[in-house]
Design a protein around this ligand. Structure first.
Ligand code: SF4
Ligand code: SF4
Length: 147
């Protein structure tokens, strides 16, 4: 389901440093870098993937190449408590209508905060090496721990 969301928006379309944007050392005093294209007066009422991001907005850049470990999500155990969504420092948990949908791997930094705050037993999010396949990770998910 999260793949559908990612497919229709412009999230992570640009690799940092791979284009001709003005560099940090070329920015002059008084320059204005707008986060959105056009009128942004009602931007807060739109879902993230519906907003008209400018090329200067970090939403359009991917930083996934920085990550060496990644969280993998197990829908079968999740109770949709939204803890991971609240605590993720990079807004990389995708949730709609209070239902956890998945992880935005274009912006996730692999910090593990989401795993730490997940309350289920076993956890519904676990960290794996970056190259791990999701299906392989799900197949080796730990069993419930007895108290
Ligand atoms: S690992 Fe960190 S950045 Fe990635 S989804 Fe979890 S809390 Fe967010
Ligand atoms: S913290 Fe864990 S149980 Fe709660 S929504 Fe996130 S993945 Fe699901």
């Amino acid at each position: 389901m999260s793949k559908g969301i990612l497919a229709v928006d412009n999230r992570g379309k640009r690799e940092l440093g791979a284009d001709k944007l003005v560099g940090w050392d070329e920015v002059t005093q008084g320059i204005v870098l707008t986060s959105f294209e056009g009128d942004a007066a009602n931007i807060a009422s739109l879902k993230a993937e519906e907003r008209t991001y400018s090329d200067f907005n970090s939403y359009t850049a991917t930083v996934a190449s920085w990550r060496v470990i990644k969280p993998i999500y197990n829908r079968d155990i999740c109770i949709d408590c939204q803890n991971c969504w609240v605590w993720c420092p990079d807004s990389s948990i995708i949730s709609r209508d209070k239902q956890m949908l998945g992880i935005d791997y274009d912006h996730c930094k692999g910090c593990q905060v989401c795993v730490e705050v997940c309350p289920t037993n076993p956890k519904s999010l676990l960290m794996f090496v970056e190259a791990e396949e999701i299906e392989t990770a799900l197949a080796q998910w730990p069993e419930k721990k007895k108290n």
